[in-house]
Design a protein around this ligand. Structure first.
Ligand SMILES: CC(C)(COP(=O)(O)OP(=O)(O)OC[C@H]1O[C@@H](n2cnc3c(N)ncnc32)[C@H](O)[C@@H]1OP(=O)(O)O)[C@@H](O)C(=O)NCCC(=O)NCCS
Length: 434
């Protein structure tokens, strides 16, 4: 058994006992109140999910197992002092709650390289998707096609008992994480480079290999990919992709089905698709104004026009955050270091000045500040990855780290099927006293 798996089971056994004790002895303790608004406006704020991997504070932003993004940048193993953290290390941290050593990270890297085997029929499924299908649709179809390999499915069908579900789930999670960059790069090359595939380079880490297989090789791009795949990995349990993965997994669907469900949620414009929309929207702005260097006033007028048309400003606002997203800040810092003089990035920076007062003045937007998607595409554009419809796939590869670590814990803790109650409109009106 690998060291990671051994350590996981060592932590999981006492944690499962704690979980059962909490339920048995304190199951009837009240932990929050539910209002009509919280129920009917997307269940926001209702304390109804357990998530071990990360916690989102509305003012401070995300912490992964207690560590902020700057702390991850300082503490997680890196290839050199000025590099970004290796996301392999973040997976270790999210799974075990401990900062790994470089040798822990190297072991994961080695294991993912070994497991990155894609059955032929998965490529056939991607190839069969029409050119006009969205990369996210290809990605989700490929993940479903990979489910033929599910160890969980095999173990379940062979009659494995509940307490061992975590074991085959671990195998699926590790296999999927190994397979995803290969699948993603294949989809990228199919859509935008006539299907000319680039093989993985066994000397590279997980992130750099994704860049390499997509056709981009430079120390700076590798660094950007390490940052990108780190900061998109998790955003506690209630966001659409994490929650969808957890919900579907709660029915004992295998990790491939569960993660594919999460990806279909990530593909929505109010979630991960926003990273593509930002680019399309800024490109529309440039086209309409007729210059790549619009003034702040011109940017302002374009924003007002977007709002007047009943559309949202993509990349701004958040269901939980009430301040600038630290994932936005991390990318802005990267751009400040490496992308000086880029006119597209300048527009993104100008939007940061222009948009919040506009959204604030509407009086209804709870968070006028930018989220992760406001910046990510512009950095990829800077390095020549200009195919925005692919960006959500990259987000999805990263998000796998968090949601797969989480469903592994779901199995280890023996969590039950998720089944909240629904009520009729009459019931809500009666509760309201109408
Ligand atoms: C992220 C988002 C879906 C959160 O939604 P939410 O929790 O319902 O946000 P709020 O409670 O602040 O929404 C209140 C109102 O402000 C509007 N609003 C929120 N963000 C807005 C934005 N960026 N531009 C314009 N209007 C916005 C909402 O559409 C809503 O309007 P309505 O009452 O007419 O329906 C929303 O801010 C949004 O659509 N942002 C743009 C898309 C995006 O960047 N998504 C990625 C999120 S990480």
């Amino acid at each position: 058994m690998s060291l990671l798996k051994t350590k996981f089971v060592e932590k999981a056994v006492p944690a499962a006992a704690d979980f059962k004790k909490l339920l048995k002895e304190y199951g009837n303790v009240e932990i929050g109140k539910v209002t009509i608004e919280s129920a009917l406006e997307g269940m926001k704020g209702i304390p109804a999910l357990l998530c071990l991997t990360s916690k989102l504070d509305s003012n401070e932003g995300i912490r992964f197992r207690g560590y902020s993004i700057p702390e991850l940048q300082e503490k997680l193993p890196k290839l050199s002092p000025n590099d970004e953290p290796l996301p392999e290390g973040l997976f270790y941290l999210m799974l075990l709650g401990e900062i790994p050593t470089m040798s822990d990270v190297e072991e994961i890297s080695k294991e993912w390289k070994k497991r990155a085997i894609i059955p032929k029929h998965v490529y056939a499924v991607i190839d069969a998707m029409p050119k006009e299908s969205a990369p996210m649709a290809d990605f989700s179809a490929a993940i479903l096609a990979l489910a033929t390999e599910s160890e969980f499915l095999k173990a379940y069908n062979a009659g494995v008992g509940k307490k061992d579900y975590w074991d085959s789930t671990y195998e699926d999670a590790m296999n999927l994480l190994a397979q995803l960059p290969v699948i993603a790069a294949y989809i990228y090359r199919k859509h935008f480079f006539n299907g000319e595939v680039i093989a993985a380079d066994p000397s590279l880490d997980w992130s750099a290999n994704l860049a390499h297989m997509m056709g981009f090789d430079s120390p700076e791009i590798y660094k950007l990919f390490r940052l990108y795949l780190t900061i998109h990995a998790d955003h506690e349990g209630g966001n659409v992709s994490a929650h969808a993965t957890h919900l579907v997994a709660s029915a004992l669907s295998n990790p491939y089905y569960s993660y594919a469900a999460g990806m279909l949620g990530l593909a929505g414009p109010l979630h991960g698709y926003a990273n593509q929309e930002v680019i399309a929207w800024v490109q529309d702005m440039i086209k309409e104004i007729g210059t790549e260097t619009p003034s702040k006033q011109q940017i302002h007028d374009f924003c007002e026009k977007t709002i007047a048309a009943g559309r949202v400003i993509p990349g701004y606002g958040h269901a939980v955050l009430r301040k600038t997203d630290p994932r936005f800040e991390a990318q802005r810092e990267f751009a400040g270091k490496y992308c000086e003089g880029d006119s597209f990035i300048q527009i993104i920076n100008d939007l940061y000045e222009v948009v919040p007062p506009i959204l604030g003045s509407l009086g209804k937007v709870k968070n006028p500040w930018p989220n992760v998607d406001a910046y990510s595409g512009s950095l990829l554009m800077h390095y020549g990855i200009k195919e925005a419809p692919f960006y959500t796939v990259m987000f999805g590869v990263s998000r796998a780290l968090g949601v797969l670590a989480s469903i592994l814990w779901d199995r280890a803790l023996g969590m039950q099927i998720e089944r909240p109650s629904s009520f009729t409109m009459e019931w809500f009106k009666e509760k309201a006293g109408i």
